[in-house]
Design a protein around this ligand. Structure first.
Ligand SMILES: [Zn+2]
Length: 156
C-alpha cells in the first residue's frame, strides 16, 4: 500500500459519506479486533466541531485512522508529536489536515473571543487572521468572505 492508495481509500470513503451510503459496522467486533494492535495508515487533524466526525467523513472504522482534533485544526507541538507517533512508530503514511465550513474557532479567533483557556487556543489561529492583507468589508466573523479568506490561509 502506498500513500496514494491510502488517499484513494479515503476519497472513496468520502464519496460514500457524501452519498449517504456508509459501510455498516459492528463496532464491538472492531474493538475486539483492534485490541491486538493498531496500524492506521493515516492521521487526520481535524477541528473539534461535532459536525465533522472524521471516521464518518471518510467511512472508516475503529482502528482505521488516527484522529487528532483541536478547535481550529491547527498543529502545535503536541499535535505534531502525535503525528510523529502515527508515522514513525505506527506506520501511518498520510497526514491529512481537514478544515470545515463555518468554523466557530476561526470566527472566534477573528473576533478575539475571550473565554478562559479558549483565548489562548484561539490565539494560535491569529497568524492566519493576520495573514489576510487589506480586505474589503468588515474584518470580523459576520463577513463570510473574510472568514473564508482566513480559512484559506490555514491551508498548507
Ligand atoms: Zn471548526
Amino acid at each position: 500500500m502506498t500513500p496514494d492508495d491510502v488517499i484513494e481509500i479515503m476519497k472513496l470513503g468520502n464519496r460514500r459519506f457524501m452519498s449517504d451510503s456508509l459501510t455498516k459496522r459492528v463496532h464491538t467486533k472492531q474493538v475486539r479486533a483492534a485490541a491486538l494492535g493498531q496500524f492506521p495508515k493515516a492521521i487526520v487533524l481535524g477541528c473539534v466541531d461535532s459536525r465533522v466526525p472524521v471516521e464518518d467523513v471518510f467511512d472508516l472504522g475503529i482502528g482505521d485512522v488516527f484522529v487528532a482534533r483541536i478547535a481550529g485544526n491547527f498543529a502545535n507541538t503536541d499535535i505534531i508529536g502525535s503525528m510523529e507517533f502515527a508515522c514513525k512508530v505506527s506506520g501511518s503514511m498520510v497526514v491529512m489536515v481537514m478544515g470545515h465550513e463555518d468554523c466557530g474557532a476561526i470566527m472566534g479567533a477573528i473576533d478575539r473571543v475571550q473565554l478562559g483557556n479558549l483565548t489562548a487556543t484561539l490565539n494560535n489561529l491569529q497568524p492566519a487572521v493576520q495573514a489576510v492583507p487589506g480586505f474589503e468589508g468588515d474584518r470580523d466573523a459576520t463577513n463570510g468572505k473574510f472568514v473564508q479568506a482566513v480559512a484559506d490561509k490555514m491551508s498548507f
